[in-house]
Design a protein around this ligand. Structure first.
Ligand SMILES: NC(=O)C1=CN([C@@H]2O[C@H](COP(=O)(O)OP(=O)(O)OC[C@H]3O[C@@H](n4cnc5c(N)ncnc54)[C@H](OP(=O)(O)O)[C@@H]3O)[C@@H](O)[C@H]2O)C=CC1
Ligand SMILES: O=C(CO)[C@H](O)[C@H](O)COP(=O)(O)O
Length: 472
């Protein structure tokens, strides 16, 4: 029998769609799933693509079906299941075979797996895949980390199945070991901030302006024609326009205000903090999801404080709405600036040499945060060295134009009691970042007072102490 070009373990939402995508692109693929009935159901439902799918009942059968060196995609739940699959595959594989973890792994697990396989003759790829079910089926954005030689073995198939932005494939080898999974994690961190800021705009429209979801859907549709043009704005318009078949109400009105999270947002923030890189909009978004989970506590607190958000008057409401597109755009620039700053720091810390322009380019299609705006980010990195996107020439005028709207929006939210944590954090980040003399001189004085930590002076070199007497 003709050998398969590649294998895949895990026929869940992502794995089954990736397998169909691979088959549709002309590659023969061997598949195996822990629950065997799913493998059979998958093959039976593959229609015209069935002749390129090799359903396997055992891992041995899977391994034996693939051309050497054998690339095997593992698309299962992140964490222990990946280690279990690696352990099960190891004795069955030969030198140069490649295990590819395509789930949302913590990049530190990926680095550990590289170390554990060191000297075994087997190779590993840590690969971030974005685009959800639809992306996996018709073209995701793919972020590859590992040895370049492993990448070369799978480059053709990954390029074929990836999303295309104006014919450019949205896949790239980004660096060694954990690079691909790190970049995917930060992609998701940015995704959290993007989604949270959009949700805050929705909250302003619902609670401050009093718009219904159909009117909001129209606004989002309009914004999707302009500088906010992106997948998340597009789907927000669709979500807001959808009706619940059971009640006839807007679907969004019957969904509980409690958001889940699987880890990538939190890992983004933890890694940013570990490297001392501020990622305040992403932090605010992660915290907002955690606060959303405290439903019962929030209900109790509302009963205690009672005075909820204040509705804007008719005249002010118009001004509020007029500012929201630019406010969201400014917040978005700050959030992306933070995400890219975190990747820049990690690139140095882990010696990955992450290609920032390439990362922006492979995010322009296929992934959840795809947008026009990523083209401008790619160009900004191609223009020359970027310290922070906020000071990249292409973004300075955009920020100057959009920040006043963000400032007015945040101020109005504060006055009206409408929570806007990510937008507020983005503004505070901008204001702090562009202030040459901040207020940390006082923090240094306090640290020296209670802990003799010393401080630098503005008018002399060296390490100094203040005239505090005994201290704290
Ligand atoms: N859904 C999405 O939008 C995206 C998901 N991802 C990531 O892709 C990965 C897969 O997600 P998704 O397809 O949504 O998940 P699903 O829940 O749809 O599928 C999970 C798959 O993992 C298998 N599995 C779970 N535990 C084990 C185990 N211990 N041993 C062997 N197989 C196991 C399941 O097998 P069984 O059928 O036997 O239960 C199933 O095939 C995750 O890391 C996820 O974070 C990445 C990008 C987007
Ligand atoms: O990777 C993804 C999108 O890019 C997955 O959908 C992921 O599950 C999103 O994270 P969370 O579940 O924490 O919202």
């Amino acid at each position: 029998m003709q050998e398969a070009e590649i294998g895949l373990i895990g026929l869940g939402v992502m794995g089954s769609n990736l397998a169909l995508n691979i088959a549709e692109n002309g590659y023969r693929i061997a598949v195996w799933n822990r629950t065997g009935s799913k493998t059979q159901d998958f093959a039976a439902g593959a229609g015209d693509l069935a002749d390129r799918i090799v359903p396997c009942e055992t891992l041995e059968e899977l391994v034996a079906s693939i051309r050497r060196p054998r690339p095997i995609i593992i698309m299962v739940q992140a964490g222990a299941p990946v280690d279990e699959q690696i352990a099960a595959l190891r004795p069955l594989l030969s030198a140069d075979d490649i295990m590819i973890d395509a789930g949302n792994a913590n990049f530190r697990d990926t680095m550990r797996r590289f170390r554990e396989l060191d000297g075994s003759g087997l190779t590993f790829i840590g690969m971030g895949v974005s685009g959800g079910e639809e992306g996996a089926r018709h073209g995701p954005s793919i972020m590859v980390g590992g040895a370049q030689s492993s990448w070369l073995r799978v480059r053709d198939v990954l390029t074929a199945i990836s999303a295309k932005y104006k014919d450019e494939p949205c896949v790239a080898w980004l660096g060694s070991d954990g690079a691909g999974h790190f970049v995917k994690t930060i992609h998701n961190g940015i995704e959290y901030a993007d989604m949270q800021m959009i949700a805050e705009i929705y909250g302003i429209l619902r609670d401050g302006v009093g718009l219904g979801s159909v009117e909001m859907a129209r606004l989002f549709e309009t914004w999707n024609e302009g500088k906010l043009d992106s997948y998340l704005i597009e789907i927000t318009a669709k979500v807001l326009a959808a009706t619940d078949p059971a009640t006839g109400a807007p679907v969004v009105d019957v969904i509980l205000d409690r958001a889940g999270q699987k880890g990538t947002g939190r890992w983004s923030v933890i890694e940013a903090q570990m490297m001392g890189v501020p990622a305040t909009a992403i932090e605010a978004a992660v915290a907002a999801r955690s606060l959303s989970a405290l439903k019962a506590e929030r209900e109790a607190a509302e009963a205690i404080y009672q005075d909820g958000p204040v509705r804007f008057g008719k005249e002010q409401a118009r001004e509020v709405v007029d500012d929201l597109e630019a406010a969201l755009f400014a917040g978005k620039i700050a959030a992306y600036a933070q995400g890219f700053a975190v990747m820049e720091a990690a690139s140095k810390e882990f010696a990955w040499g992450l290609p920032m322009a390439t990362i922006a380019r492979i995010w322009r299609a296929g992934c959840i945060i795809r947008s026009q705006f990523l083209d401008t980010i790619a160009e900004a990195f191609e223009d020359g060295p970027v310290t922070n996107l906020l000071t990249a020439p292409r973004f300075v005028d955009l920020m100057k134009e959009a920040v006043p709207a963000l400032r007015r929006t945040v101020a109005r939210c504060a006055e009206a009691g409408i929570p806007a944590p990510a937008l507020s954090s983005a503004l505070a980040y901008f204001d702090t970042y562009r202030q040459a003399r901040g207020s940390a001189n006082l923090v240094q004085a306090q640290r020296d007072f209670f802990g003799a930590h010393g401080f630098e002076r503005i008018d002399a070199e060296g390490h100094h102490h203040g005239p505090w007497g005994g201290g704290g």
